[in-house]
Design a protein around this ligand. Structure first.
Ligand SMILES: [Zn+2]
Length: 191
């Protein structure tokens, strides 16, 4: 089932073939998924409760293929929240309403610049609208060589970096935005 997601994630539509008929359906969606770091779920926790062997961890992570991971832009390791921190008056960070305003503004910037959202930009359109600064370009080229990035991975990092710049109201993609976008792809490749 997971592998079947690869096609609609990329193309935004899905083709279903049955006997003599073939039908195309729109299938644009945002994939948000979670998995445990290991079979028991405790790997990386300060309690040190995890007793999984490295082989067990590798086998468990292998259930999500490289090509599928390549299509997921943001990989984040989320630590367990302490019970005390769950109480409402200690909740840190911004409200959802504040974040929502920032997202709406960033989407507006994208539509104004290129008449479509960053996620929808083709490789050629990316080159036209999302040229990084020289230092950022160098960083991206070096990372592409070091991580053996696919062309898809390269363009996906550029889209994420452009989006980070839009959220921060920065006109050109700098090295900081490329570094942040690269950081989000770390999990699963060398974690
Ligand atoms: Zn474990």
């Amino acid at each position: 089932v997971l592998e079947v997601l690869r096609e609609p994630l990329e193309s935004g539509h899905i083709t279903i073939s049955r006997a003599a008929r073939q039908i195309d359906f729109p299938a644009q969606f945002q994939l948000v998924a979670a998995m445990n770091p290991c079979p028991c779920g405790w790997l990386g926790d300060p309690s040190g409760k995890c007793r999984c062997s490295p082989e067990q961890v590798l086998r468990y992570r292998g259930r999500v293929s490289g090509p599928l991971l390549d299509r997921i832009d943001l990989h984040l390791f989320v630590h367990r929240v302490e019970h005390q921190a769950l109480s409402r008056d200690q909740a840190p960070g911004e409200s959802s309403a504040t974040v929502r305003r920032r997202v709406i503004t960033a989407r507006g910037r994208q539509l104004q610049r290129q008449q479509q959202l960053n996620a929808a930009l083709s490789g050629a359109a990316l080159d036209r609208h999302c040229r990084p600064e020289p230092a950022a370009e160098t960083l991206l080229q070096q990372a592409a060589a070091r991580l053996s990035l696919s062309a898809r991975g390269y363009h996906r990092i550029l889209r994420v970096a452009r989006t980070i710049a839009d959220l921060e109201d920065i006109s050109d993609i700098g090295a900081a935005q490329v570094a942040e976008a690269l950081h989000y792809r770390g999990f699963g490749h060398d974690a």
